[in-house]
Design a protein around this ligand. Structure first.
Ligand SMILES: N=C(N)NCCCC(=O)O
Ligand SMILES: [Zn+2]
Ligand SMILES: [Zn+2]
Length: 319
């Protein structure tokens, strides 16, 4: 295999110059093969409050220009070990949720046919449903590790079954999720009723609350994640609003009392030996961001997920 093509040498081309791709990595059409594709899904027709996540992908790309090849926290240089490329954006009908979900599924399915892993950058949390549909067709029902302030296992909004508050209920009902090994991390804030928690449990999720992490610490939360998920094929979904609004103001449904970006990144880095088969990072809404605070946090989340996936591909001799 020829050496992977990485980002331009920042000592020759300034970081702030050049096309806006994730971490200034090559576009998928500019490399012969791709192992990990990072694809944008500029879609926010599923939101229930502040819109704007349709501009999330471009904001995360713009906020990722400082990322460098070697990740000391994982002692691994992901894009030097495998080919990582920016696959551009999947176009989805902003006026028809059902059609949009089909288009997102088709876009991921087509990408996955020519790459080994896909990381989707939203866009609102609706996109987790088609992504989980695609991943579960390849790996069977997957363990879902869902970082979020919100359960996102609600039923319908104004009669609509697929929105950013319902992806994991629909995915559980449709058999995409391993109900013995899925969990939410970061849950906090007001609910519609206690039955939300009863439904959530029935749909197959354990819960690590934001308050638990404050009381017991990140290490205890990591232990609970590892115990629940084990070595099952794992899908990681990161709603950036898991972070406290101080660390992610640029999002549509902010809830007080969240995690710091340091805590979230530490959790992600502790999971690099798990079998990560898919991931998304969603709900970045740049209209409410300041100085790329949220964009930079999301870019680092993608970077840690990419690094962990690259390690897994090398470890499992898939490259
Ligand atoms: N941001 C996500 N993914 N979900 C928020 C749902 C908020 C609500 O139903 O009130
Ligand atoms: Zn959320
Ligand atoms: Zn969410």
């Amino acid at each position: 295999m020829t050496s992977p093509l990485g980002a331009p040498d920042a000592s020759k081309a300034p970081r702030y110059a050049g096309l806006s791709t994730f971490a200034r990595l090559p576009r998928i059409e500019d490399v012969p093969t791709t192992d990990i594709a990072i694809v944008g899904v500029p879609f926010d027709s599923g939101v229930s409050y502040r819109p704007g996540a349709r501009f999330g992908p471009e904001h995360v790309r713009a906020s990722s220009r400082l990322l460098r090849p070697y990740n000391p926290a994982q002692d691994f240089a992901g894009w030097d070990a495998v080919q990582v490329a920016d696959a551009g954006d999947i176009a989805a009908n902003p006026y028809d949720l059902a059609e949009a979900v089909d288009q997102i599924y088709e876009g991921i399915h087509e990408l996955r046919a020519r790459t080994k892993r896909v990381i989707t950058v939203g866009g609102d949390h609706t996109i987790a449903y088609p992504s989980l549909k695609e991943v579960s067709e390849r790996h069977g029902p997957v363990a879902v590790l869902h970082f979020d302030a919100h359960l996102d296992t609600w039923d319908t909004y104004f009669g609509q079954p697929l929105t950013h508050g319902t992806p994991f209920r629909r995915a559980s009902e449709d058999g995409f999720i391993d109900k013995t090994a899925s969990m939410h991390v970061g849950i906090r804030g007001p609910l519609y009723g206690k039955e939300d928690l009863e439904d959530d449990n029935r749909l197959g999720f354990a819960i690590v609350t934001s308050e638990y992490i404050e009381e017991e610490g990140v290490a205890a939360a990591i232990d609970r994640v590892r115990e629940r998920i084990g070595d099952k094929p794992l899908y990681i979904s990161v709603d950036i609003d898991i972070l406290d609004p101080a660390h992610a103001p640029g999002t549509g449904t902010p809830e007080a009392g969240g995690l710091t970006s340091r805590e979230l990144l530490r959790m992600l880095r502790a999971l690099t030996d798990l079998n990560i088969v898919g991931a998304d990072v969603v709900e970045v809404a740049p209209a409410y961001d300041h100085a790329q605070i949220t964009g930079v946090a999301a870019a680092h989340v993608v970077y840690e997920l990419m690094t962990a996936m690259a390690q897994g591909l090398v470890r499992d001799n898939e490259v």
